[in-house]
Design a protein around this ligand. Structure first.
Ligand code: ZN
Length: 169
């Protein structure tokens, strides 16, 4: 089970949908302190959103290059014309071997160093989808399974979703 947004341009969408499709809006909600505004987010909704955010900010899992070390970094390589050329995730030792130099950031849904264009932010979430979910339709079920898998994240509250669901049943 999940929650849906009760306001704004993405009203009716689930929280998980928002992380994958409009990460800038997630940052907007966080930066405006909206999770503390009880007329916008009830307490349990706010806790749930915060846990998704905590997870989304610290991606890990096995590096697909060496198949040994954990994923630590998000690499972005820019073309000469300023367009984003490559998005990829690596451990702290493997790196992008393409033509242009890659800039590395923490492995996250969000790049905080500067404000990326929305289309580039979407490239990042598409890569996350490709890497962690594979070639499939991005359903609510799949997104929930991704966020509930503690091994995908550096700093999950262990068993957060399972415990909530036990209480609710
Ligand atoms: Zn590696």
């Amino acid at each position: 089970m999940s929650y849906k947004l009760s306001f704004g341009e993405h009203e009716g969408r689930t929280f998980e949908w928002l992380f994958f499709h409009a990460p800038w809006y997630v940052e907007f909600i966080i930066s405006r302190g909206m999770l503390r505004q009880r007329h916008v987010f009830e307490e349990d909704e706010s806790e749930y959103f915060r846990e998704l955010y905590r997870r989304a900010c610290g991606l890990t899992g096995q590096c697909r290059d060496c198949n040994e070390r954990p994923i630590e970094r998000l690499g972005l390589a820019w073309q000469h014309n300023g367009n984003l050329g490559m998005v990829g995730f690596w451990c702290d030792q493997c790196e992008y071997m393409g033509g242009s130099r890659a800039a590395y950031h923490p492995a996250s849904f969000f790049v905080e160093a500067y404000t990326l264009a929305r289309c580039d932010q979407k490239r990042i979430t598409k890569e996350i989808k490709r890497l962690y979910l594979g070639r499939c339709k991005l359903t609510q079920e799949k997104m929930e399974a991704f966020f509930r898998n503690d091994t995908n994240f550096h700093n999950p509250t262990p068993g957060f979703f399972e415990q909530r669901e036990e209480v609710l049943q």
